[in-house]
Design a protein around this ligand. Structure first.
Ligand code: FES
Length: 183
């Protein structure tokens, strides 16, 4: 009589690494990455990104370390004022050869203080906010460092196409908006 118990199934035995990669694809990988970004936890948000406009912002070769360029995104309203900057150090969401080019909306997520002119190139931060002193780390997706804000600064998603820089979406809500695309 054979008393040997069958080996328990190995976890994931019916799914090889190859088939997992083939069937999960870049969409899943992208979603996982996006879901790891603070304030960006839902798959539905990944789908929402598809509705953002694609806007050319300038050229990588024309940016200088620590010298911001101003633009509006996703529309031309006052609340859409944003800053594109080459930080000179790698940053979350950064593009370019050194992954150091990032962009952020300039309304403080706490109560809408305007952060225009508050960028500190030496520290890669923006702040303090003129209202309640919040500061945000531009190397870490605009994460709050100090002050009253409880959310990260909305980050403009960037893509490079050759030397061209394009804005393609936003992570986080612009202050005062329930939908960045419908102010
Ligand atoms: S509005 Fe910026 S910290 Fe309150």
């Amino acid at each position: 009589m054979n008393t040997r118990q069958p080996d328990p199934p190995r976890p994931g035995a019916c799914l090889t690494r190859r088939s997992f990669l083939l069937h999960s694809g870049a969409a899943v990988t992208g979603t996982v990455l996006l879901c790891n970004i603070p304030g960006f936890e839902g798959i539905s948000l990944a789908a929402e990104l598809a509705s953002y406009p694609r806007k050319r912002l300038g050229r990588l070769s024309e940016l200088k370390d620590g010298e911001p360029v101003w633009f509006n995104y996703p529309d031309n309203s006052q609340n859409s004022g944003s800053m594109l900057v080459k930080l000179g150090v790698p940053a979350g969401g950064g593009i370019g050869p050194d992954q150091d080019v990032v962009a952020f909306n300039l309304l403080c997520p706490h109560m809408g203080g305007v952060l225009h002119g508050a960028y500190k190139a030496a520290d890669q931060v923006i702040g303090p906010c003129p209202f309640h002193q919040s500061c945000f780390d531009l190397t870490r997706h605009g994460m709050i460092i100090t002050g009253h804000a409880t959310e990260s600064l909305p980050q403009v998603l960037l893509e490079s196409e050759g030397d061209d820089i394009h804005a393609t979406g936003l992570i986080g809500l612009i202050y005062g908006h329930s939908d960045n695309l419908r102010p």
